[in-house]
Design a binder for this molecule. Structure first.
Ligand code: KG4
Ligand code: ZN
Length: 345
């Protein structure tokens, strides 16, 4: 089944053509340069940029897949969570294509996409991983931080999530305070590695004493802010150590809660997705953790599958199609900016 998938949930205009887990084409038109000078995503700018680019991205994706709309079996689209104004552009495009070419629409939750991104394959069907349910999924992106019990295809239970900032958002905010630009996760990773990921300042590890799998990063951000204010002189000299210590506090917290989730659920098979999962230092830490529990971990096999993309949406859609999950009345398909994994279609 050939699927054309669309994701415009945040600041990437993304369209892919997929067949099952195989990614035939994957086109991402990033807006990050557009939002850079504002230090974060501006919804109205995102909407306009999506509108200007979506047709080109759809055409490019079909062209790269050497196919055409006539040969596509279904259209899938992210309908939440994300920025309302941005989601709308993708949904409208999906509806337009669905009507014009008489294709069914498969609705997908963006976070389901980040889970299934771990199983993405190239067009030759590699890597050949098989599913071995249940899994614990750690989803770490700029908008979300969640621990999810992935029981079976399209069947999830949220075990914990952030009560304020997401892990990636915390890294982005710290980078902003250090004048490192936006987004900040990747810069922080490379600065931290230059000082061997040293934890010089030992910033607070939020919520690790609380008996819950929820996360919180806003206290850490505040303490970082006041520390920088107080130590203004030191800041200029110790940017790498500051970045590294902040990253360590975020990752320690992620690791601590993941460990707790493994112990509570007795599940030692992990999936890790979302932009922050691109971080190689974090990957090493997680591999070590699952090793301690004789478990295993799967990260997205290709870097483009860690951040936002539409291929992961197409992959989910293929499993939804098997369960006959299609939009019944396309006029009723609407964006759900705060969509939860537990209330998916
Ligand atoms: O999944 P994603 O592309 O978009 C959202 O759905 O939010 O995640 C973006 C986040 C940003 O916060 C960015 O700083 C972070 O992922 N990120 C990283 C790395 N690359 C991207 N964080 C840590 N290390 C990285 N290498
Ligand atoms: Zn995302």
């Amino acid at each position: 089944m050939l699927i054309l998938a669309i994701d415009t949930s945040c600041d990437e205009t993304a369209v892919a053509v997929t067949s099952g887990r195989r990614i035939i084409s994957n086109v991402i038109y990033s807006q990050s340069l557009l939002h850079k000078k504002w230090g974060g995503v501006v919804p109205s700018l995102a909407k306009r940029a999506h509108e200007e680019r979506i047709d080109w991205v759809v055409d490019e994706s079909l062209k790269k897949a050497k196919t055409a709309m006539g040969k596509i079996d279904a259209v899938s689209v992210t309908y939440g969570p994300g920025l309302a104004m941005a989601l709308e552009v993708g949904i409208n495009k999906a509806k337009e294509l669905s009507m014009k070419y008489n294709k069914k629409i498969i609705p997908v939750n963006h976070m389901e996409g980040h889970i299934y991104s771990c199983f993405g394959q190239n067009r030759n069907g590699n890597p050949k991983l098989s599913f071995n349910f249940p899994y614990l999924a750690l989803l770490i992106s700029g908008g979300h931080t969640e621990l999810v019990l992935f029981k079976n295809h399209i069947y999830y239970e949220i075990l914990g999530s952030t009560i304020d900032d997401a892990a990636g958002e915390a890294l982005d905010k710290a980078a902003k305070m250090l004048d490192l630009g936006y987004p900040g996760g990747e810069v922080i990773e490379s600065l931290a590695s230059e000082v061997n990921n040293k934890d010089l300042y030992n910033f607070p590890r939020p919520m690790i004493k609380k008996d819950t799998l929820n996360f919180s990063f806003s206290g850490l951000k505040t303490s970082f802010y006041y520390f920088l204010k107080k130590e203004n002189k030191e800041k200029a000299e110790k940017v790498k150590e500051l970045a590294s210590s902040f990253q360590e506090a975020v990752f320690d917290t992620l690791l601590f809660k993941t460990k707790k989730a493994i112990e509570l659920t007795k599940i030692n098979r992990l999936l890790v997705g979302g932009g922050v999962s691109a971080n190689l230092y974090l990957r090493r830490k997680i591999r070590k953790l699952v090793g301690d529990y004789k478990g295993s971990v799967i990260f997205p096999s290709f870097k483009y599958l860690t951040g936002d993309n539409a291929a992961m949406i197409g992959i989910v859609a293929s499993y939804k199609a098997k369960k006959d999950i299609f939009v019944k009345d396309i006029n009723k398909l609407e964006r759900v900016p705060r969509l939860k994994l537990s209330d998916s279609y």
